[in-house]
Design a binder for this molecule. Structure first.
Ligand code: URA
Length: 209
C-alpha cells in the first residue's frame, strides 16, 4: 500500500504559512514555492542508493560514497507543477524533466491528456510527479496512468498541500506510488478548492486571474 509522508520540517512549515497567506505577492509566492520544493527534494531523495568509490584527498587515499547511478525524471503536471521544478533541480541537476498536460472534460469532468513529453528512457528512470495541489486527485491519478502506460515503473508523487480526498484517490488508484506532502488540509469546498489551502496555485505562481 502507498505510504503518505508529511514533511513537517520547521522550515517547510514556516515557508508554507507565507505561501498560504493571501497577501503574499507573485514574486514572493514563486520564490517560496521554489524553496519549499528544494527542501522537499532533500527529504524525498533520502532513500537514494549509495555506492563507494575510491578517491584521493590531499592527504590520503580513501573510499567515499556517491549516489549510485540513479536516473531521475521530474514530471510537472501543467501548469502549476512547473513552479516546483527549478527547486528540485537545484538538488538533482542531472534529472530530466518531462511534462504532462491535462484538461478537465466539461461534460464528464474527467481529466483528459492534451500534452505528454517524456524522457526517451522512461523504463530506466525513477519519476517524481509534481503538482503543488492534490485536490480531487483526478489529475494526479491520470498523470501517473500516463507515465505507467509509457513504461514507468517507479513513481513518487510530491505536492505542497493535499486534501484527504486526493490522497485517497491516488492511494486507491496507485497503491505502489508513495505520496509526499508538506501539509494535509481539511477538505475540498464545493468548487474543488482545498480548504484552507492557498487558492489557485497556477494563478498565484504566474500572476494570472
Ligand atoms: N488547484 C489549486 O490550485 N488550488 C486548489 O485549492 C485546488 C486545486
Amino acid at each position: 500500500m502507498a505510504k503518505v509522508y508529511v514533511f513537517d520540517h520547521p522550515l517547510i512549515q514556516h515557508k508554507l504559512t507565507y505561501i498560504r497567506e493571501k497577501d503574499t505577492g507573485t514574486k514572493d509566492f514563486r520564490e517560496l514555492v521554489d524553496e519549499v520544493a528544494t527542501l522537499m527534494a532533500f527529504e524525498i531523495t533520502r532513500d537514494m542508493p549509495l555506492e563507494e568509490i575510491e578517491i584521493e584527498t590531499p592527504v590520503s587515499k580513501t573510499k567515499s560514497k556517491v549516489i549510485s547511478g540513479k536516473k531521475i525524471g521530474v514530471i510537472p503536471i501543467l501548469r502549476a507543477g512547473i513552479g516546483m521544478v527549478d527547486g528540485i533541480l537545484k538538488l538533482i541537476p542531472a534529472a530530466k524533466v518531462g511534462h504532462i498536460g491535462l484538461y478537465r472534460d466539461p461534460e464528464t469532468l474527467m481529466p483528459v491528456e492534451y500534452y505528454v513529453k517524456l524522457p526517451s528512457d522512461v523504463e530506466e528512470r525513477d519519476f517524481i510527479v509534481v503538482d503543488p495541489m492534490l485536490a480531487t486527485g483526478g489529475s494526479a491519478v491520470e498523470a501517473i496512468n500516463s507515465l505507467k502506460k509509457r513504461g514507468a515503473k517507479n513513481i513518487k508523487f510530491m505536492c505542497l498541500i493535499a486534501a484527504p480526498e486526493g490522497v485517497e484517490a491516488v492511494k486507491n488508484a496507485h497503491p505502489d506510488v508513495d505520496i509526499y506532502i508538506a501539509a494535509l488540509d481539511e477538505r475540498l469546498n464545493e468548487k474543488g478548492y482545498i480548504i484552507p489551502g492557498l487558492g489557485d496555485a497556477g494563478d498565484r505562481l504566474f500572476g494570472t486571474k
